[in-house]
Write a protein that binds this ligand. Sequence first.
Ligand SMILES: *Cc1c(COP(=O)(O)O)cnc(C)c1O
Length: 470
Amino acid sequence: MPPPVIRASQARIPAVDRVLHFPAVFRLVEDYGRLLVTEAVRTVLADFRQALAAGRIPEWDERSIGELVHAYANAWSTPSLRRVFNLTGTVLHTNLGRSPLPPEAVAAVARAAGPANLEYDLDKGRRGDRDVHVEGLLTELTGAEAATVVNNNAAAVFLVLNTLALRKQVPVSRGELVEIGDAFRIPDIMARAGCRLQEVGTTNRTHLWDFEQSIGPRTGMLMKVHTSNYAIQGFTAAVPEEALAALAHRHGLPFVVDLGSGSLVDLRRYGLPYEPTPQDALGHGADLITFSGDKLLGGPQAGIIVGRADLVKRIKRNPIKRALRLGKMSLAALEAVLRLYRDPDRLAERLPALRLLTRPEEEIAAQGQRLRPVLEQALAGKVRIELLPCRSQIGSGALPVDALPSHCLRLVPHAGRGRAVEQLAAAFRALPIPVVGRVEGGALCLDLRCLDDEAAFLSQLAALNFRARP
Ligand SMILES: *Cc1c(COP(=O)(O)O)cnc(C)c1O
């Protein structure tokens, strides 16, 4: 027989202690702990009181209170940082964690989570250097003399400037004073690194003689910033790296290139557009090159500095290096990813970032054909769904003018107009593994390029809860 339904107004709202002893509530203590369950009970009872005060009369029985308490305890226990499906069409999406890691890197992170020889030389039995785990691989893969790593590329640029040009002038082309993301701007980083930015040339054209004229006794280094998230087109001129390197060396100055994305292989080999590599920059005479670990490289967040051994040594001695150093889990992941580069033939299968970027258009379209009827059913005719060709972005500022042919499911709610699309997008984000799409022209677009776990995507569609509310 079901428990009797009691009206809160008749039976008064029960005491916290009493509710805690309901079997349906007491059971939860095992999973969530006494403190959290007690807080959830208080919250449920406070909701009841509020409902009463508003003239509504909440009905309750032990089981329904148990369910409400469970819902709060569960919501509060959901991790804040969660896995999502990135169907935005931007593969290396900075807000969604950039490149996905390969299983080799995930396993390496798990191994490094406990005690590890992070800064310990196992042969000699004494203190070691954390960079050794990746320096050999980086020099092998790029041909550089030396390498070091920090927390991200912004930190790498900062550290290089602070080490080589503190209280000195650094000329940079006006066409390269970039802002990346929302907080990395070359002029600001320069100022904070203690350098004086000297703008040379104009936005669209900078010549070698602009740099020549700017060099003086207080110049600390020459720098080229890869304009990774935009392109200047039309009547343009930029000074080639070879010419800048030669000029810097004539004046005894280091020449530094901030590559931004920095792929370690020529991406044309995989049918992707060309993106400059550290090897190219070294070949052009660069003394130091900085790039990100989690952009086209396909690894964890990291900033990589490769180049001349004497300069890398100075960088490693800068006390700020200690404040910007890479953690052991990131080092473990980076090492594992770099190892995959030793076998470029299989890289496009084994490195998820590259696999997603090179996913054939027909395969994405076929996936769309499979998913469309399933989604239509899950949304019970409330939404019109089309499968359309679209273009994915590489993201993270790489190759800004190029886009990859892809396919997307375009979902248009029948009722509710503009707000309904937002509600539909919110319903997808509320799934156990949130699905993040792109709202565009009154529709929710789900670019399928990055949907590699179709089974997990399908298995949660039953939980999709979309009602267009006016
Ligand atoms: C992305 C980028 C940066 C910043 O790199 P993070 O790894 O995000 O810190 C700096 N310079 C250029 C040219 C970039 O493209």
